[in-house]
Ligand binder design. Structure first.
Ligand SMILES: Cc1cc2nc3c(=O)[nH]c(=O)nc-3n(C[C@H](O)[C@H](O)[C@H](O)COP(=O)(O)OP(=O)(O)OC[C@H]3O[C@@H](n4cnc5c(N)ncnc54)[C@H](O)[C@@H]3O)c2cc1C
Length: 229
């Protein structure tokens, strides 16, 4: 196996380094920058460089590049502490999840604004009584016609206060074993019934939030993938 970087990879690394250093100069340097360095402005710069969705398939608007290219860029960003957090979840998790499991309508609706660096996504997974044992989560989404009505509480939701959307992991059925009946639903964070409280963290991180869902209505079409799967 050849472990030598290709000239193209070296060029990419050099370009990423310059962009990263520029980001630090303009917007500041952050420890664990993928989690703490939040800058909407720098997200737009990343998008302009096509550094978001680099490894997504081209037919979904991505760069169609190998994962190693994304790694090279991420390495350069994280090395200098550039503020890449505002689009990190969307680029790394939500975009690929929608590409893999979403409908064409969901891909058309959500991927372009991710690629443009315009939106922040958060992940609503952990709850006060469901951490490592995620199957014990109790936030519920109950059907009411063409909508889900969501009730429950999440915790440690990074960027809950800044996000446009939450990728919410919630219970759509209580039948069967605990790990069954859990679904994934896209929730716009400006939906009525959402209350967000930031968590002060001893390490001075500012991204953690508690988020309460009180009769939050979202279309059933916002479910990603199969119900309960
Ligand atoms: C930087 C950061 C960002 C995060 N962002 C998000 C986010 O955006 N959205 C979100 O939903 N969550 C987020 N989390 C939360 C994270 O997913 C939780 O920390 C995780 O689910 C663990 O849950 P917990 O903290 O309740 O710990 P617990 O599950 O209570 O675990 C506490 C301790 O007990 C141990 N333990 C647990 N179960 C067992 C067992 N069966 N046997 C032996 N030991 C066990 C664990 O290893 C751990 O040491 C984030 C966490 C971090 C650190």
């Amino acid at each position: 196996m050849d472990f030598t970087w290709t000239p193209e990879q070296n060029e990419l690394r050099e370009r990423a380094r310059k962009v990263a250093e520029g980001g630090v100069e303009r917007y500041g340097r952050w420890n664990d920058c993928w989690m703490n360095g939040y800058s909407k402005e720098f997200s737009k710069e990343l998008a302009a460089e096509a550094f978001i969705g680099m490894s997504w398939p081209k037919e979904f608007g991505g760069g169609g590049r190998p994962a190693i290219d994304r790694l090279i860029v991420a390495e350069e960003m994280i090395k200098v502490g550039a503020p890449i957090a505002a689009t990190w979840f969307a680029d790394r998790q939500m975009g690929p999840a929608l590409i893999q499991y979403g409908t064409q309508e969901q891909a058309d609706r959500y991927l372009p604004e991710m690629l443009a660096g315009d939106v922040t996504w958060c992940i609503g997974m952990s709850e006060p009584n469901a951490g490592s044992d995620l199957a014990s989560l109790s936030t519920k989404a109950e059907r009411d016609g063409k909508h889900f009505v969501i009730n429950g509480q999440k915790i440690w939701t990074s960027f809950g206060a800044e996000a446009n959307y939450c990728y919410l992991i919630c219970r759509t059925s209580s039948d069967g074993p605990p790990h069954a009946g859990i679904s994934e639903v896209i929730v716009p964070m400006d939906s009525p019934g959402i209350t967000i409280r930031k968590i002060d963290d001893m390490t001075t991180n500012e991204h953690f939030c508690e988020v309460w869902y009180d009769n939050v209505r979202v279309p059933v079409d916002n479910m990603v993938g199969a119900e309960g799967a």
